[in-house]
Design a protein. Structure first.
Ligand SMILES: Nc1ncnc2c1ncn2[C@@H]1O[C@H](COP(=O)(O)OP(=O)(O)OP(=O)(O)O)[C@@H](O)[C@H]1O
Length: 288
């Protein structure tokens, strides 16, 4: 471990890679005197303003549409677009404001736009219309978060921490805590390709939550953990909230949301159907 951090710390002068895009509310190019986490609870961290996200899907062309010169020329002459392109309007005019200390659960049926909304807040999807403003760096922790399967858990911990902007000293300090939290024990020396999906998810959560986040977006990452791990994760999410970060949590397990969040947004077909107190929103959601 010491060797690995030394090796990586020799990569001089390189800015650590950061996840997501930092779209600041304040147009002021000067960095704020106080970091976002110093701000009192109750100040906005994320503003989503009439957000629309549209995917363009280039599906399989029908036999008639398949590429040949005559078809292509006809399309050009008729000024038609690619025939096989379809648009999926996944988020349709979503607006809300999130505050420091908020843990917001996002619920909705399959395909209602939950993951799309989180990816847009993380800056990974450009708005088709509207805007997302975040105060601080959003970090998306998803089931597909970018850890490298062919590398050992140890290497992924170190690289993951660097990617979040930690210093070598911070990585050294947090390393054992991450291993312990993930519960992967001696598997840390093996490539992640040998891990079960639950072990991978636990390691991803342990790495991502080792840092204090301004805005942490968690997409179903807790779903594969066992009961004990979920308890630990809920505790961790509470700590992040208490340190005045903002957490978004997508989970199909409504108990996790109820126990962790102070607010729930219910998405239905890309629009907000309800936004408010977890008990009220979840009761309405399970009814209807
Ligand atoms: N990469 C993509 N390309 C095209 N369409 C997509 C893409 N990702 C999602 N969609 C579509 O966007 C809509 C919203 O999908 P999204 O994954 O955000 O929903 P979700 O609420 O997270 O679903 P689930 O609960 O199943 O994870 C769906 O109609 C889906 O088919």
């Amino acid at each position: 471990m010491a060797e690995l951090t030394k090796e990586l710390s020799q990569v001089k002068g390189e800015e650590p890679a950061v996840r997501g895009k930092d779209v600041r509310v304040h147009p002021n190019p000067e960095p704020p005197a106080k970091g976002p986490l110093d701000a009192p609870t109750g100040t906005p961290t994320v503003i989503v303003d009439d957000l629309h996200i549209v995917y363009r899907v280039y599906g399989a062309a029908s036999e008639n549409e398949k590429g040949n010169a005559v078809n292509a020329l006809t399309r050009i002459l008729k000024r038609q677009g690619r025939p096989q392109m379809k648009e999926v309007h996944a988020v349709k005019g979503v607006s809300f404001v999130a505050y420091h200390g908020d843990a917001i659960g996002v619920v909705g049926r399959n395909g209602s736009g939950k993951s799309t909304l989180l990816r847009a807040i993380a800056g990974l999807l450009p708005p088709h219309e509207g805007a997302v403003y975040t105060d601080g760096q959003p970090s998306l922790l998803g089931v597909n978060a970018a850890l490298m399967r062919e590398l050992t858990g140890e290497r992924n911990i170190v690289l993951g921490c660097y990617a979040m902007g930690m210093t070598p000293a911070e990585v050294r300090e947090k390393y054992q805590e991450i291993v312990d939290f993930s519960g992967i024990d001696e598997f840390v020396q093996l490539p992640m390709s040998t891990y079960s999906s639950g072990m991978g998810a636990r390691l991803r959560f342990a790495i991502s939550s080792a840092k204090t986040h301004d805005v942490l977006l968690i997409d179903e990452a807790l779903a594969t953990g066992d009961r004990e791990f979920r308890k630990k994760s809920e505790q961790r999410i509470r700590q992040i909230r208490e340190s005045a970060g903002t957490v978004f949590l997508v989970a199909h397990d409504l108990k996790v949301i109820e126990q962790t969040c102070n607010r729930v947004i219910w998405l239905h077909k890309g629009k907000i159907k309800m936004d408010g107190d977890p008990k009220e929103v979840l009761a309405a959601y399970t009814k209807g």
